[in-house]
Structure formats: structure tokens, C-alpha cells
Design a protein around this ligand. Sequence first.
Ligand code: ZN
Length: 186
Amino acid sequence: MSILPIRLFGDPVLTTPATEVIDFDRQLRKLVKDLTQTMQDAPGAGLAAPQIGVSLRVFVWDVDEELGHLVNPSLDLSDDMQEGEEGCLSFPELRYNTPRSMRVVAKGFNMYGDPVTVEGSELLARAIQHETDHLNGIVFIDRLSDENRRLAMAEIRKSDWFINAQSSGQNIQMKISPHKNSHLRK
Ligand code: ZN
């Protein structure tokens, strides 16, 4: 297991839709373990594979002291919504009120390829929606109200981590992803 560097906003991998997992092999199980360890080290409530530079449809969470992971998720969202602050390990220190569905039923697979269904509400539902967005190249600031998104972008431009990434010549992509939920299927 390894703790891996977390990609920050501006890295194109975060706005690229991730690819479906086909091989449920040792490499996938190592990916789940690396994601879990990196998330716990941060610490954070969730982490998606693109955040460590791996463009595959896998994420992990740590909510209410329960660890979980999901591969190739598809979500069924409730119509009733919740409000609450949300953050992201790819946006250090940024927290904004982000509307999400109150409940979610997520279908997918575990790292051994067994089909699993995860039902969650409140924080778990929020985490699963946030991480599934990452797999579609969507980041949480895409979900903010127009006003909060403007505030968030202004805060990002002033953030040390963002200024450092720019001055180190990293390939910065400021474009906010469009709200497309379609993803690559091969
Ligand atoms: Zn995130």
C-alpha cells in the first residue's frame, strides 16, 4: 500500500471522464487499498481514482466510521435535496454550501467483481454523489450556485496551492466542466 500525491484542481485528469473497470484483478485491489490509505492519511471522507491520477471508475469513502468502496457505480438519486458544506481534497481548504440529493441508491461492484448495492442518506449520500461526479469529470464547484462558484473561483486564484501549481509550470486547466453525465463506455 502507498500514500499517493493528490491531484489538485487545474490538473486535467480531474475534468476527464474516467473509464469503466474491466479487469477485477490484483491491480484493482491495490488501487482500492492505495485510495483508502491516501484518503485516511489526508484525512478525507472520500477519494476517487482520478484524484490520484488513475482515470478509472473507482472510489472509496470513510463516512460515520465506515469504510467503503465502489467500482463502476450507477446512481439513483432522491428528488428531495439536502444543503450542507462540502469540500474536496483536490481543493485544499475550500468549503462551500453544495446542494445534493438527500438519498442515493448506488449500484456497482466491489473490488472482487461481486455486484453490490449501497444505500445512503445525508453524509454518505453526499459523499457518493461527490465521488461519482469525479468519475464523470465533474468537480464540486460545478454544483455550486452561480454566486458561490464566482466566490470559489476567486478564492482558488488566491490560494497558495493554486499559485504554486501555476508557477511550477503545471498544465493548468481553468475550464469548469460542462454538466454532462454521459461518460465513456468502451
Ligand atoms: Zn472531491
